[in-house]
Design a protein around this ligand. Structure first.
Ligand SMILES: [Zn+2]
Ligand SMILES: [Zn+2]
Length: 345
């Protein structure tokens, strides 16, 4: 089979590989129908994920059909249509039992798929701990509707869930890329009084205005003043930092009111400075990134009920053979791209 493979820093290539096989009784092999390209794939390509193993198949956001299961897999069977979770977790360790599956202590726990073991930008993928890592897609939900469930939508759902959002709150979301837009959808489920979305990109803000007319949009320039003018207590009650660029961490805490929750969803390319003397007295609560992707069933239910819809985010589709074009589009943000789906046939 053909697999999009991390060769070395700066280089992904389509490589012929054998079809994956069950290697543990908790594994499943999934025939991928749709995968997507994620900014974390680009982080691997650019060398900012040192854990990533050269030679692995990339891709960690996909849907498919179960082909084969190990003898200990009980929740799915061959023929089931499933979403694949970005995270691998055992479901039994201390962290898993608390729902902190990102920190699963299994040797393959956390984000390994498409990073340390072969991922899903390929015709088939082996999924360890399939009972935890796969979720059956309801018949009424299409593959395209379910494509982002395992990663960016799970991230948005988790970010909104941990941010302690209340009805009277003004919530600021920094970054309107794919994860920012998923975060926005999930924040809306918590029904805060006001939502402000900030981005540097006019196209992205226009997308927000078109699809969520009740949401306020702002550019980074004078963001703090804008947030203060549009909130009741001198800043946002909750800030979600989903951009991960050079200035956005500072922007996040500076726009927060005292005692606010600041949730850092972003994955940064370089270390950030926490200027404690400058924020002394603000009594902020920081929550740091690393999705606990264990709510996929609930997310699929919300999609089925029409409360979440990420289809408009998938602006382009390429075939696996043409995946380089998809990467080129996504990386250079051409043609109004938000998300690229990769069709296997
Ligand atoms: Zn990702
Ligand atoms: Zn675990």
């Amino acid at each position: 089979m053909i697999a999009c493979t991390y060769m070395e820093q700066g280089k992904f290539e389509l490589v012929e590989k054998p079809k994956p096989e069950i290697s543990d009784s908790h594994d499943a092999v999934v025939k991928v129908t749709l995968a997507s390209i994620c900014s974390s794939d680009l982080h691997i390509k650019h060398g900012s994920v040192p854990r990533a193993v050269p030679g692995i198949t990339v891709g960690h956001e996909m849907v498919g059909i179960v082909e084969q299961v190990g003898s200990d897999v009980t929740s799915v069977k061959p023929g089931d249509r499933v979403t694949v979770n970005v995270e691998t977790f055992c479901g039994k360790c201390f962290f898993c039992r608390h729902g902190w599956v990102n920190n699963c202590t299994d040797k393959n726990g956390g984000w390994v798929l498409g990073c340390r073991i072969d991922g899903g930008q390929a015709e088939y993928v082996r999924v360890p701990y399939a009972d935890q890592g796969l979720e059956i897609i309801p018949d009424s939900v299409t593959d395209l509707q379910a494509l982002l469930v395992g990663d960016v939508l799970a991230t948005g759902y988790w970010a909104a869930k941990i941010s302690e959002i209340k009805y009277e709150d003004t919530v600021l979301i920094i970054g309107a890329g794919p994860t920012g837009l998923c975060t926005l959808q999930c924040v809306r489920l918590h029904k805060p009084k006001k939502i402000i979305v900030c981005d540097i990109d006019e196209n992205r803000l226009n997308f927000v205005k078109k699809h969520y007319p009740e949401v306020l949009t702002a550019y980074p320039e004078n963001l703090r003043e804008f947030v203060i003018a549009n909130s009741e207590h001198g800043g946002a009650d909750v800030v979600l930092e989903v951009a991960g660029s050079n200035d956005t961490f500072n922007m996040a805490w500076q726009c927060a009111r005292p005692n606010a929750v600041v949730t850092v969803v972003a994955l940064y390319d370089r270390p950030q400075i926490l200027p404690l003397p400058d924020m002394y007295g603000k009594n902020l609560i920081f929550k740091t990134g690393g999705v606990d992707g264990c709510d996929c069933k609930e997310i699929l239910r919300l999609i089925d009920e029409g409360k979440l819809d990420t289809v408009p985010l998938i602006t382009h589709t390429v075939t696996l053979a043409d995946i380089a074009r998809g990467y080129e589009l996504f990386e250079n943000r051409r043609d109004g791209v938000i998300k690229v789906a990769v069709k296997m046939v």
